[in-house]
Write a protein that binds this ligand. Structure first.
Ligand SMILES: Cc1cc2nc3c(=O)[nH]c(=O)nc-3n(C[C@H](O)[C@H](O)[C@H](O)COP(=O)(O)OP(=O)(O)OC[C@H]3O[C@@H](n4cnc5c(N)ncnc54)[C@H](O)[C@@H]3O)c2cc1C
Ligand SMILES: NC(=O)c1ccc[n+]([C@@H]2O[C@H](COP(=O)([O-])OP(=O)(O)OC[C@H]3O[C@@H](n4cnc5c(N)ncnc54)[C@H](O)[C@@H]3O)[C@@H](O)[C@H]2O)c1
Length: 513
């Protein structure tokens, strides 16, 4: 059977290199083995990690990996990597805008933004790392790679490209896609999603972004900095409403200060084509208005790719909004079929898909009779929203701890009290650490800082290894660094231990010394 050709636009040398790695036009699907230990459907992060992890052990396991579009999935092709590349360029603009405060004056009109070059760099970087996820590399690891649409044919077989693969266990790792907005007229007028926005070669002068979650905020700020006039529409009363409210407020204020028109509590009523472009009619807080733009970018949540897999036929229960139903061991309602990544998890992150894939390897291959299985609920999950400043979070929020009946206390260190942040002119953020009341056990943390994502792993390591605030306060942090905020929080905890009694004892010791 002929392979469906995949084209990534623009068709330049970089995108051709990308496609030659992750969906090579001349790929010939192998002859299937008699029976696979694992058949994995979907070669995004979750599928790649399951397949490479199982085959790479060199135990002679037979593993098949099926991908219908681009290996590497969202992360490599239309998610983390392209977004972080253009965020890097946009950060430079943010720095230049801020330079006056540091004694360097570059007038805005003298900044020349070469949008096509920004996008070309992104395509070059993406193509440059795409060999990690290539069909050839996976074949060399010992994985049978099948390009084509995977579909369950029976309780122990999957069909792809006219071939039938028999399996002992199967893994659904088909990911998610952008939710289609139900706004009258928008389908006729057309819009961009994360699947198409990274193919732009010309900058839209005016851009509407729908959705104020991580995708909407990261990309609204990026495009505004790259010279677009951005209007950001959000249903909620503040942006990034899944994050700590104080953290989200800081980012929201920065976006507004940088010139983005943020429309909150909004209801988008209709989109129509006009000679000047695309007009969005909306209502917010009791009044109606409209905005005319060149392009619309939708980042309004994700829909799991559950369609066309014949899940009903193999007894795998799912929900079109939340995805495939799994238990804590990532097992679906068919005990031989597991799932990992965006298809079944609330944590829609690459590192979460990776961690889930490792659980699936353990539970499908190394837990005879269900012994020693790993649980999704045992993971401590950090995440980062890569706005400027970044918001990084790990563990519990206060409201979650309260819901579980845990008595908590919070220590907040503003970066205006951290010397390095002051020197860097980056005083706007904070570190919040949540710990058990009366104990130094850390339950969660939120950091708002320019490189919060680089800082959160220290707290994650502490939580995972049960290192309490007392021990953290004895860890020497180089001066001056922004990560000193963590030591300051630990020291602040230690000071709470100084009761009148301990002070009396300490005073007595000084007299004896
Ligand atoms: C714009 C954007 C930015 C992001 N930034 C970050 C970030 O900075 N950090 C972070 O951690 N996460 C980020 N994410 C989220 C991250 O990309 C996802 O969580 C991650 O890619 C999920 O991996 P996955 O393997 O579950 O799914 P996917 O990457 O979606 O892979 C699923 C694969 O399955 C294939 N497939 C589907 N159906 C079939 C079928 N029937 N047969 C064969 N193949 C099939 C698809 O083609 C796809 O390749 C971002 C996402 C977006 C959209
Ligand atoms: N840095 C990262 O790790 C990163 C970056 C981007 C995406 N992601 C992952 O991708 C997932 C999806 O991101 P997302 O931002 O699309 O989803 P999201 O669900 O987190 O946010 C979308 C927001 O859009 C709003 N919305 C929906 N429809 C709307 C409408 N018609 N008008 C106005 N507002 C509307 C919703 O209320 C919601 O708050 C995230 O949950 C995250 O896990 C991660």
């Amino acid at each position: 059977m002929e392979l469906a050709r995949v084209i990534v636009r623009p068709v330049d040398e970089y995108n051709q290199k990308l496609v030659s790695h992750v969906h090579p036009a001349n790929w010939v699907n192998p002859q299937p083995a008699d029976c696979y230990d694992l058949v994995v459907i979907g070669a995004g992060t979750a599928g790649l990690v399951v397949a490479a992890g199982a085959a790479g052990l060199d135990l002679g396991l037979k593993v098949a990996l099926i991908e219908k579009h681009l290996m590497g999935g969202d992360c490599l092709n239309v998610g983390c990597i392209p977004s972080k590349c253009i965020i890097r360029s946009a950060r430079v603009i943010g720095e230049i805008w801020d330079a006056k405060n540091l004694g360097i004056n570059i007038p805005k009109q003298q900044i020349e933004i070469d949008f096509p070059a920004v996008m070309e760099r992104m395509r070059r970087v993406r193509a440059g790392i795409s060999h990690h996820d290539s069909a050839e590399r996976f074949k060399n690891i010992g994985v049978d790679v099948f390009l084509g649409n995977g579909r369950f044919a029976s309780n122990n077989t999957v069909e792809v490209g006219g071939k039938t693969l028999r399996f002992k266990k199967a893994v659904i790792a088909t990911g998610a896609r952008a939710v289609k907005p139900s706004i009258p007229g928008i389908e006729n007028v057309g819009y961009l999603t994360n699947e198409t926005v990274f193919s732009l070669i010309q900058r839209p002068d005016k851009l509407a972004v729908i959705g104020g979650g991580p995708i909407g905020c990261e990309l609204a700020q990026t495009f505004q900095r790259l010279g677009c006039e951005v209007t950001l529409f959000h249903r909620g009363s503040h942006l990034l409403n899944k994050e700590d409210a104080d953290a989200a407020e800081i980012v929201q204020n920065v976006l507004i200060q940088e010139g983005i028109r943020v429309v909150l509590n909004c209801q988008l009523e209709e989109v129509v084509a006009v000679t000047e472009g695309k007009r969005l009619y909306f209502s917010t807080n009791g009044y109606r208005d409209s905005v005319t733009v060149d392009e619309i970018l939708v980042g309004a949540g994700r829909a799991p790719n559950v369609e066309g897999l014949n899940l009903e036929g193999v007894g795998v229960e799912y929900d079109t909004r939340r995805g495939v139903k799994v238990n804590d061991y990532l097992q679906t309602t068919n005990p031989k079929i597991y799932a990992a990544g965006d298809i079944c998890m609330d944590w829609k992150f690459t590192h979460a898909a990776d961690a889930a894939a490792r659980i699936v390897i353990k539970n499908t291959l190394f837990s005879p009779f269900g012994l020693g299985r790993s649980k999704l609920s045992s993971l401590i999950m950090p995440w980062v929203t890569y706005t400027s400043p970044e918001i990084a979070h790990v563990g519990m929020y206060e409201h979650e701890a309260k819901k579980q009946g845990i008595d908590v206390a919070t220590i907040k260190i503003p970066f205006s009290s951290v010397d390095r942040a002051i020197a860097d002119n980056e005083e706007a953020g904070f570190l919040k650490i949540l710990h058990k009341k009366g104990s130094d056990e850390i339950l969660g943390a939120t950091i708002v800082a320019s490189h919060a994502g680089e800082m959160i792993s220290e707290v994650t390591t502490a939580i995972v290894n049960k290192i309490g605030l007392s021990k953290l306060s004895s860890v020497i942090h180089p001066y001056p660094t922004q990560a000193e905020a963590i030591k300051k929080a630990a020291d602040a905890y230690r000071r709470t231990l100084l009761t009148a009694n301990t002070k009396r004892i300490l005073g007595f010791l000084t007299k004896l010394s």
